[in-house]
Design a binder for this molecule. Structure first.
Ligand SMILES: Cc1cc2nc3c(=O)[nH]c(=O)nc-3n(C[C@H](O)[C@H](O)[C@H](O)COP(=O)(O)OP(=O)(O)OC[C@H]3O[C@@H](n4cnc5c(N)ncnc54)[C@H](O)[C@@H]3O)c2cc1C
Length: 396
């Protein structure tokens, strides 16, 4: 059967228009379903940075599964492949770059290392030198080729793909399950942090508060070798205690510094109640963040780019919440049918919702097609369909 007709006639409501809901809606439409989105906020909305509960407004966004459940490798592989191919589509704001994953202690490689592209040890002659904190006793890690998503460009581009695919978006604030459930054959729940207020069976969850320092720049910052690059760097103090886990991601018109993952929850008023930040902190424009996010990044960025960070007063400070299921320190995600079988959940992508979005779409496509007995499909096959659709290639 023509893949574009697999789900013809199936009416699907996708709740949520963040990176996950938008990718799933696009994928199901590619299979021919009649897709409609219901959501309060859209990726193309102006001013969304003022809403920390809309995680997609905050993603940095490197395509690497940081701060997420460790069973997401296959989703990462599909998504990474789609993003690497999307780099050919200039308007999408995706590029391919050298990325360093670095740490000073002797921890093993992270679980996702094996899924990265072109992973190689530090020190290859063809790679730029990794940044090194002065005083660091050792440096461990690896270099890889990563996709990087410039969210300032990608958000409106992805939002535009919905219109291009004739997916209507109904702007609505859902209050409870009855309001969310409507006349459709399949309900997809991609409400992110908002899912808990609508459905009462979401289960344990927690947040990781993040802060980004965003410096507007007239042009993209590049490494000394002339090409864009990025790092994640975990330092340790002389006593072996954590000294900051920071990152640097340059975009076309800004550069982003990060380095905070504070566990916590929202209270009944919707305010964040955190477990505290273990590192020494400072206030920047009234927002508490680890000093290392500024001081350590300043040193590392200078080494990589031969440039000094702009003055702090020029920074915009964005606060966002990464939403995870399960208990703190034991992250889980849900990508499948709810226990009562009434809906398909796509939730809990923590610090990696952009990274996993196309993999999540592929999984939703395969599972929904299987349930409606329209066929059995491998994730990779769905990934191919997504890439073809996004690159406007004809589907054979
Ligand atoms: C500081 C920070 C840095 C990050 N960096 C990265 C990174 O480098 N790479 C990466 O892959 N990921 C990163 N992430 C994670 C990423 O941003 C999230 O995982 C992802 O955006 C989650 O997308 P989502 O679509 O599931 O949810 P959301 O983006 O939160 O979207 C939820 C949608 O549901 C709608 N909604 C919710 N409740 C209701 C309701 N009651 N009624 C109607 N609509 C509702 C919202 O309006 C929205 O449309 C980062 C996150 C933060 C906070």
């Amino acid at each position: 059967m023509n893949p574009g007709r697999i789900l013809t006639g199936l009416r699907i409501d996708v709740l949520g228009a963040g990176v996950v809901g938008a990718a799933i809606a696009f994928g199901l439409r590619q299979l021919g379903a009649e897709v409609r989105i219901k959501a309060l906020l859209r990726l193309g909305d102006p001013g969304i940075q003022a809403r920390p509960d809309f995680a997609s407004a905050y993603a940095a966004a490197l395509i690497m599964p940081h701060s997420v459940a460790a069973d997401t490798g296959p989703l990462f592989a599909i998504s990474q492949d789609v993003f690497l191919r999307l780099a050919a589509q200039k308007a999408a704001g995706v590029r391919i770059q050298t990325h360093f994953e670095l740490w000073e202690d002797d921890r093993p490689d992270p679980w996702y290392a094996a899924w990265t592209k072109d992973r190689r040890p530090l020190g290859a002659q063809s790679d730029p030198s990794p940044p090194l904190r002065p005083g660091a006793a050792t440096l461990n890690g690896f270099v890889c080729t990563a996709a990087f998503v410039d969210m300032e460009l990608y958000r409106p581009w992805l939002d535009g793909q919905l219109a291009k695919s004739a997916i209507p978006v109904e702007r609505v604030a859902l209050r409870d399950a009855p309001a969310a459930v409507s006349a459709c054959d399949v309900l997809v729940n991609a409400l992110g942090i908002g899912a808990e207020a609508v459905f009462n069976d979401v289960g344990d969850s927690h947040l990781l508060r993040g802060v980004l320092l965003r410096f507007p720049t007239p042009e993209e910052w590049r490494g000394r070798h002339g090409a864009p690059l990025s790092y994640n760097y975990a330092a340790i103090n002389a006593d072996g205690a954590p000294g900051g886990d920071v990152y640097f991601y340059p975009r076309a018109r800004s550069l982003v510094l990060g380095g905070l993952r504070e566990p916590g929850r929202l209270n009944a008023q919707g305010d964040f109640v955190g477990d505290g930040v273990i590192l020494p902190t400072t206030l920047v424009q009234g927002v508490k963040l680890p000093i290392a996010m500024i001081d350590l990044n300043r040193v590392l960025v200078r080494q990589l780019t031969a440039r000094d960070l702009p003055p702090l007063a020029a920074a915009e400070v964005d606060v966002g919440y990464r939403f995870l299921l399960g208990r703190t320190g034991h992250p889980q995600k849900k990508l499948g049918w709810s226990a009562d079988g009434a809906r398909f959940d796509a939730l809990g992508f923590g610090g990696a919702g952009v990274t996993l979005s196309w993999g999540a779409a592929a999984e939703a496509m395969a599972q929904i097609a299987a349930r409606h007995q329209r066929g059995r499909f491998a994730l990779a096959e769905m990934g191919e369909l997504l890439a073809a659709g996004l690159l406007d290639a004809p589907i054979s």
